[in-house]
Structures are given as C-alpha cells and as structure tokens.
Design a binder for this molecule. Structure first.
Ligand code: GP9
Ligand code: MN
Length: 674
C-alpha cells in the first residue's frame, strides 16, 4: 500500500515535471495575461489581490490558451503571440482610458467616430502615462521565451510527445472548473450588472478585464444585430402610430417662455413627499417648498425610468420617448438620431450644455450627451476641482458653486442657452451624508418626569441607523445646496431671463420596510407600533408605487405674481410630458413626442416601462392584472382598462421601434429621397 502511494506521488511529480517542461510557451501566455489583468486593476480599481477576478481572468485565458493546442507546437508561437498582443494592447488602451475617464473602454464606443474623437482628444490632452505601457512586457516576454526555446530545439522535442487534442481538452476542463468556482461566488447584483454592462468599473473589479471585454463585445454585437430583423413591421407600426397622433394645440401657455434661457435641475432621487415633511418644525426641503409655492408645481408627477435610472430619465425628458425595453439607450442606443430638446433649441439659436460632478463616462454620458446634441458636457475632473467628495463624486454644494461662473461665462458668450445640472450627492445608499449633515431627524417632545414631577425634553431617535433617516438628511443637504445655487445665480443676474425647472429623476429605491418603520412610530411611547395594533399601517404595493412620484417645478423670478405660473397642477403627469408641455410654453414641439402637453389634455396617461399605467382615475399593474381606483366614487369599466392597456403597449412598442431601428432618422432619409 505504502509503495503504491509512493508510486502515485512519484508519478504525479514526474507528470508535472514533464507538463511544466513541455508547456512553457502556453504557461508564459497564461501567467503573463493573468499578471497583466492584476496589474491593470492595480493601476485602476485597486483590488489587485482579489481572488474572484483572478479566477475569472485565469478561466478566460485558459479557454483561449486551450485552442493553441490544436496548432502544431512549431507554429504555436504565432497563436500565443497574437493573443499576447491583443491582451496587452487591451490593457494599455484600458489603462489609458481609465487615466482619462476613470472607466473602461467599450467596443460600442470605439465603434463610433464620435468616441474616437473623444479618445483622440484625450491623447492630445496629453494624459498618457508611462505606466499605461507597462503591459507591453507581455509581448517582449513571449518573444524572449520563444527565442530561447527555439535555440534548444524545444519545439521538435515537444512535437514528439504532445497530443494536441488531449491537452486542449484537459485545459478546457480546468478552465470550466475555474469558471464553476467563479460562478458560485456571484451575487444577483453581480449578474445584473454584468448584463446591463454600464457600471464598467464594477464589472472589471468583480469579473476581471478579460470577462468584461468579451461581455462588452457580446453586448455590442447583440445590439448591432438587433435592428437587422423586424425592420418592416416596426416601421409600419411607427408610421401608423404617428398618422393618428394629434399634433400640437395652442393654449394660454403658448409661447409664454419664448426666447428665455432654461436651467434644468436633475434632482437625484428626490421624491415628492419630502416636500411635505418636517422634523421638529424644520422642513426637510425649505428651498424646494419655496420654489413650489412660487411657481408651477406639478404634485402628481412621475419619472418613467427603467434599468437606466438617471440616464433613462434624461432620455425621456429630452425626447418624450420611453426608455429601451432591453438594455439602456445611453449604453446601447445612444448613437441613434433622436429628436431631442437640445437639437430643437439649437435650431432656435440656443447654446446647450450639461453639467455633472461624477465621472464623465458614467452612464456613457460623454458620448450620449454629444449625440443628443448638447454643445458641451462639463464634468468631473475635466471641468471641476474635486475639492469635496461625498459618495460617488463631487459634493453638490461645490458642484453648484463651481458651475455658476461657468454659466456666467456662457451667458456672456451666448444670447440664449439651455443647461442641465445633474445633481449627485443625494444618491443611494445616503449613509455617507451622516458625516456631513447635522439635520436632526429625531422626534422631540416634552414629558413630565414621574420622579421629579418636572417637565423635561425627551428625544426619540427612531430614525437612527435607518436608510430612510439618512435619506432625509441627504435630501436636506441637497435642498441646502439648491438654496445656495439659486442665491448665487441670482447674484450674477442669471435668473433674470431664465426659466428654472427642477425634476426629481426617480424615486430613492427604498424598501417598503423603511416606510413601515417610519409610519408606525408611536410618538406617545417612542416605540414602534405592534403589527397587531389597529393603528398599524402597512404600505401595500399600490401605495408604494403611487408614492414614487417626484417633484416637478417650473419657476421664474417673477412667477409668484403671475396667475398662470403660480399654481399647483394635480393632474397626473409623466417625464415624457415635460417636452410637449414646456415646448408649448417655449414655442416648439416634437411630432414624435409620446407624452402630452398637460395644459391641453383632458385625461393624461402615464405609462411606465413595465407596462403599468396611471391616470387620474386609476393605477393599473399589467403584470399583476390588478388596479387601484384612486377615487372611490369612480367606477371603472373593463373597457377602460383594455383601452389603457393598449395605450401603454403602443407607446412602449413605438418607442422601442424608434430606439432599436433608428426610425426617426430612417424616415427622415426616406422623405429626403422622395
Ligand atoms: C451617476 C448619477 C447617478 O453619475 O447620475 O445615476 P443613477 O444611479 O441614479 O442612475
Ligand atoms: Mn439618478
């Protein structure tokens, strides 16, 4: 028995020795590729020793390497050398791209001349660093190793013992074992981010650069192939839809803002209900409340975002279309020719710009904003000094402070302009605000101390440690930042001829349990109500969905004294209604708008990307097949539901047809041809 075990180990030792001695080129390729993968993460996302991306890199490289065994040993160098060049150049490009944009490169971006222009700008901007070229050692290494092996006639010797197919199979099995180990460690967030492919830093951190790049290639090819099928049907759908759509109607708001400058505030994660909240007599959003009370306040306004969250809202606001049904417009369909507010205003002589305190490539904004027609995108380190960071990037207060002089300059150089300021600090998980905000979300009351008989202050810190508590503090910070912005814009005279429009970009994505905790605080006892208590309130599906509304405020310096402009509009409205509504006020319209001018429509329908819809009478969930009647006196017929389901389905289908098949451009081309 002892002898057998000994033999077994001697055998393994012998086999391993032979394996190592006869696979030198393959191993050089595998090792150098994995080292470069780690090196890239060392220079970029910094998690170079994380085992997960190393395993993923190894698995990918083994699969690629395995196919090398199908080639005769004498010619394997060409194969391994080619892949070494591809991999090391990939690392060089990604490292360079990261130095400039703090993100990783995508085939979908390189595909367009637009992005090439971006990259070349970066090169001209002279932000190439020596470290970006370190990866090329891999090519050198494989050349040196090959030259040495050739010298000692290594390949002829290997040819005699190597059975290519067997080695290929063995290597593939090893690769799949590594894949298996890797997949077992993935969370649902990891998988969802890999499929969405927009959070590139995260994917490289978790999956390594090689998986990222292959996945990116796959996503790019997939979105490029999509439009090849079904064009005729979709074009028919598009034409029929717009044939029957009513065009713009004049009303009392027509041209009320014609020629005025516009500032959009993209208020990150701000929901409507916070405008009605205060803690210990201090409002959560005093500045927003003031704007709402002085301007047009749309208090039943809903974002219509899908997986593209912020970017979907930007898209819907600017085009009056719905987000893409699969993937996101900003990542996969940003290069289509949409009729955007920027393009329309540019035709009227406006200078259009956007501003953001986060990485310029986040949500692929740099490319998407250019494609939508913005003249300039002022972003992150390119245009701002990162002097105060909260959460994802530049703190809103600093972002606004630094934006005002830029706008002042724009105002000097251009007679009319439109700008979108994208806020950032109030972004989930909100907890990072706890260090910088002293907004008090406790409940303070007075109670008589039973022992002393004296009245004393009692503080119940029931929101402590909750995400919703941090959210309130964070919203309060955002509101303070907005107050400062308005003050500074006004000081510079930038509000005198300007329409100031603020919209919440989507809800804060907080769980129902957070609201259950908040609503069931008992101020009498300072404790949570018991679930069996008759006063216990459970937030149900419909209440939660309806509460996701966000504020929309259209304000001017003199709106408070204007009957038309100082009103609360309670009619339901969606993000896609902004373009038609504001368009009428500014004297433009888009014939492709899926939304309505809220001042011209009797009953509006807000369609959500999942097919759910909302009217003033009902919220209906198509997936559940259930609705909630909003006014109990109303009766809703089956026909009403069927009719609105169709409205929802049509809008989603037509929007998707435009997005995937670039139908606005294609139809424009056909008209020109005729
Ligand atoms: C990112 C910021 C937040 O730059 O706009 O995006 P979100 O996560 O809300 O889509
Ligand atoms: Mn957002």
């Amino acid at each position: 028995m002892k002898e057998k075990t000994k033999d077994f180990f001697i055998n393994i030792k012998g086999n391993s020795k032979t394996y190592l001695k006869t696979n030198i080129l393959f191993m050089t390729f595998v090792l150098s590729s994995v080292i470069n993968g780690c090196l890239l993460r060392f220079f970029t996302v910094k998690n170079y020793f994380d085992i997960k991306p190393i395993i993923a890199d190894l698995a990918v490289v083994l699969v690629i390497g395995a196919f090398g065994y199908f080639i005769k040993p004498k010619h394997q160098f060409k194969y391994f050398c080619t892949w070494s060049i591809i991999f090391s150049v990939l690392c060089v490009i990604n490292s360079m791209y990261y130095t400039n944009y703090l993100s990783f490169v995508s085939f979908s971006l390189l595909e367009t001349s637009l992005q090439i222009a971006d990259v070349s700008d970066a090169v001209v901007d002279n932000v190439m660093e020596i470290k970006d070229f370190v990866f090329l050692w891999q090519i050198l290494a494989i050349f040196i190793v090959n030259a040495r092996l050739k010298k000692r006639d290594y390949f002829t010797k290997v040819s005699k013992i190597e059975i290519g197919k067997k080695r290929a199979l063995g290597t593939l099995v090893a690769a799949f074992i590594f894949f298996g180990i890797f997949i077992s460690t993935l969370t649902s967030v990891d998988i969802s981010r890999l499929t969405k492919q927009w959070n590139r830093e995260y994917i490289v951190m978790k999956f390594g650069v090689y998986t990222y790049q292959f996945n990116d290639l796959f996503a790019t090819v997939k979105s490029a192939l999509n439009p090849l099928f079904g064009y005729d049907d979709n074009n028919k759908l598009f034409r029929e839809y717009y044939e029957n759509v009513e065009t713009h109607k004049d009303n009392e708001y027509t041209n009320i803002f014609k020629g005025k400058n516009v500032i959009f505030i993209h208020a990150e994660s701000i929901q409507q209900y916070v405008l009605d909240l205060s803690f210990n007599g201090v409002d959560v959003t005093p500045n927003l409340k003031k704007l709402a009370s002085e301007g047009l306040y749309f208090s039943n306004f809903y974002a219509q975002e899908s997986v593209g969250t912020s970017s979907d809202t930007e898209f819907t606001l600017n085009t009056s279309l719905m987000p893409a049904s699969s993937g996101t417009v900003f990542v996969s369909y940003f290069d289509r020719d949409y009729l955007t507010m920027e393009k329309i205003l540019k035709e009227q002589g406006y200078y259009t710009f956007s501003m953001h305190g986060n990485n310029c490539t986040f949500w692929n904004r740099q490319a998407a904003h250019k494609s939508f027609g913005y003249d300039n995108f002022y972003c992150y380190t390119k245009d701002y000094t990162i002097d105060e960071t909260i959460g994802l990037g530049l703190a809103d207060k600093s972002f606004f402070k630094q934006s005002v002089p830029i706008i002042k300059n724009i105002n000097k150089e251009h007679s009319s302009w439109m700008g979108t300021l994208i806020m950032l600090t109030n972004h989930t998980p909100f907890t990072w605000i706890d260090d910088v905000s002293n907004y008090d979300v406790t409940y303070k009351t007075k109670k008589v101390n039973e022992e002393t008989g004296e009245e004393e202050e009692v503080v119940y810190d029931y929101m402590e440690g909750t995400k919703l508590g941090s959210y309130f503090k964070s919203v309060h910070y955002a509101d303070e930042a907005l107050g400062e912005l308005i003050e500074n814009l006004d000081k510079e005279g930038l509000l005198d001829n300007t329409v100031f429009i603020l919209y919440g970009d989507h809800d804060a994505k907080l769980k129902k349990s957070e609201f259950n905790h908040f609503y069931n605080f008992d101020p009498e006892t300072g404790e949570q109500l018991d679930k069996d208590d008759p006063n216990y309130h459970t937030v149900d599906y419909f209440e939660y969905e309806l509460n996701r509304k966000v504020p929309l405020i259209i304000w001017t310096k003199d709106s408070k004294d204007n009957e038309l402009l100082n009103k609360e509009i309670t009619k339901v409205m969606g993000m896609y209604d902004v373009l038609p509504t504001l368009g009428n006020m500014m004297g433009f319209s888009s014939r492709y708008a899926l939304g309505n001018d809220i001042f011209s429509i009797d009953e509006n329908t807000v369609v959500f990307p999942d097919g759910n819809w909302l009217t003033d009478k009902m919220y209906y969930s198509q997936s559940k097949g259930e609705g909630k009647i909003l006014n109990l006196e109303d009766t809703i017929s089956e026909d009403y539901i069927t009719e609105h389901n169709k409205i929802a389905d049509d809008k989603i289908a037509v929007s998707n047809a435009i997005i995937v098949y670039d139908l606005i451009k294609k139809n424009k081309e056909e008209v020109t041809k005729k």
